[in-house]
Design a protein around this ligand. Structure first.
Ligand code: AHR
Length: 521
């Protein structure tokens, strides 16, 4: 059954039954009277995550200076360019679970002296530490993004983390001298500092009470020096663990700028997670319903945080999210290498719409992960690289970074898709709108696999002669993907199926499509 509903920002879904429509008709109203010029969409919502896992770092980002693969100081050129084009705002590193086994001193100094270790979390792979602190911070400089460091609490010490911060940010003193000896005279800037990762699990199996105490202790010794100002982030809950958020806020809110949240679009944590590329229509709709459940989850964590922090001084950072499927057959177990289809692209668009709606509390989100792992931006093999459908979504949404958020009221049909305890609502059309430098950017999605959607955007302010540029991402099947033989099967194209009418802008969204419009009045 389909329902018809009005979806205002953050409102509960109110739905009334309606017969299924042959063509989806939707209205996307820009609530121009409620625009708060202070409410921008933080660029960090479009953040990335790079872990020492599989071929994310080695092979994906880093090939080393001596590699035959074209590179700049060891970073592969094709990926570097793709990431520059994406305007990556922030990159989280070195984990994930890897972070709580990582000892930063092993990754500095002459490469031949760096010890090897076993990457116990991810397939027992040998890690040679050739990509370490310098390689990460220099990469961030090359791409022009903020580094987000994930510190080791699980198997580390307060002293180790405190010295890492000093090594990176101090102008003088023993750690600064060591950094200079290793070739970097000037300190780097470090804003985002995560104190542990998944501390309820791979990051130490703490109880929330014990972790809250550890967090308070660790963060005390991570100092602001030489004008550097740390934005300290406590390791937060997974999915529906509201007690973790409650305890952390109760016991440590005055010592943090952010609390994290991890939410994966996954069928479950035991057994098969399903194939990334072989699925039916029901699986497709289930996936989108599960992905959208992140909205009530965010709202519930937000409401718990508001008990202790009604003025929303502590941010919620969704620093791991995305789809998690079975590893591709024939790939190394534990390396989490998965393909990326149009279905993943829809997950990316819907999730970004949710984050954009909740930026009063959600200030950062980091998709997992940037290369060759889970829902990645790029896939590499030897000297080849493909851009995934998810990459294209991030590129289409990039104009929303740091733009003024425009609230929307979307009237659309809503499907009910199966959920764990109750059916989940899946609106057919969803959207984000923002304005920057006189350009209104509207991104629209139609999740329906068969029907197009006729969308009316009643524009109060639309000049009939406004210049409108459109771009679309769609494909003939939801399981279409890009691979090394067919790298451009799913790609963006110019979009022109819109017209300005007396009622507003009329846009025809093909089935399973994502459209970006830039309107210059
Ligand atoms: O992104 C893969 C893993 O998922 C991360 O290492 C961990 O934090 C999470 O469980």
């Amino acid at each position: 059954m389909k329902l018809i509903a009005s979806l205002a920002a953050g409102a509960a879904l109110m739905a009334v039954a309606s017969p299924a429509l042959a063509v989806e008709n939707a209205t996307v109203r820009l609530d121009l009277n409620n625009v708060n010029p202070e409410r921008t969409i933080p660029a960090e919502i479009y953040g990335q995550f790079a872990e020492h896992l599989g071929t994310c770092i080695y092979g994906g980002l880093w090939v080393g200076e001596d590699s035959p693969i074209p590179n700049t100081n060891g970073y592969r050129n094709d990926v570097l360019q793709a990431l520059k084009d994406l305007k990556v705002p922030v990159m989280r590193w070195p984990g994930g679970c890897f972070a709580d086994e990582y000892h930063w001193v092993d990754g500095i100094g002459p490469k031949e002296n760096r010890p090897v270790m076993i990457n116990n979390n991810w397939g027992g792979t040998v890690e040679d530490n050739s990509f370490g602190t310098h390689e990460f911070f220099n990469l961030c400089e090359l791409i022009g993004c903020e580094p987000y460091l994930s510190g080791n609490v699980g198997s580390g010490t307060v002293e180790e983390l405190s010295k890492w911060v000093e090594y990176i940010t101090a102008e003088n003193g023993p750690q600064a001298e060591l950094r200079k000896k290793n070739g970097r005279e000037k300190p780097w800037k470090l804003k985002y500092l995560g104190v542990g990762n998944e501390s309820w699990g791979c990051g130490g199996n703490f109880t929330p009470e014990d972790y809250a105490s550890e967090y308070r202790r660790y963060q005390t010794y991570c100092r602001d020096v030489n004008g550097n100002k740390l934005y300290k982030i406590a390791s937060g809950a997974s999915d529906y663990d509201y007690n973790w958020t409650d305890v952390l806020m109760k016991k440590a809110k005055n010592h943090m700028k952010g609390l994290s949240l991890h939410y994966y679009t996954v069928t479950g944590w035991t057994g098969s997670k399903g194939s990334a590329t072989k699925f039916n229509d029901d699986d497709y709709y289930w996936t989108l319903g599960k992905c959208l459940e992140i909205e009530p989850v965010i709202m519930k964590h937000d409401s718990i945080m508001s008990k202790y922090d009604p003025n929303k001084k502590v941010a919620l950072l969704v620093d791991e999210w995305g789809t998690w499927w079975d590893e591709e057959p024939g790939t190394v177990p534990g390396h989490l290498y998965q393909q990326n289809t149009m279905r993943d692209a829809m997950v990316a668009a819907l999730s970004l719409n949710v984050f954009n709606r909740h930026t009063d509390r959600v200030k950062m989100a980091n998709i997992a992960q940037i290369a060759n792992v889970l829902q990645s931006m790029v896939l590499t093999s030897g000297d080849k690289m493909v851009l995934t459908p998810t990459y294209h979504v991030f590129k289409m949404y990039a104009p929303h970074q740091n733009a003024t958020f425009i609230p929307l009221d979307v009237e659309t049909t809503v499907r009910e898709v199966p959920g764990k305890k109750a059916p989940r609502p899946l609106p057919t059309v969803s959207a984000t709108a923002s304005e920057k430098d006189g350009v209104l950017n509207v991104t629209l999605t139609n999740v329906d696999l068969k029907e197009k959607a006729e969308v009316l955007i009643p524009f109060e302010k639309l000049n009939k002669k406004a210049a409108i540029a459109g771009e679309i991402l769609t494909s003939s099947a939801a399981d279409d993907y890009n691979d090394f033989d067919n790298p451009d099967k799913v790609k963006t194209a110019a979009f022109k199926d819109f017209k300005v009418t007396k009622e507003g802008l009329k846009v025809t969204l093909p089935p399973m499509s994502i459209v970006a419009l830039a309107v210059k009045n």
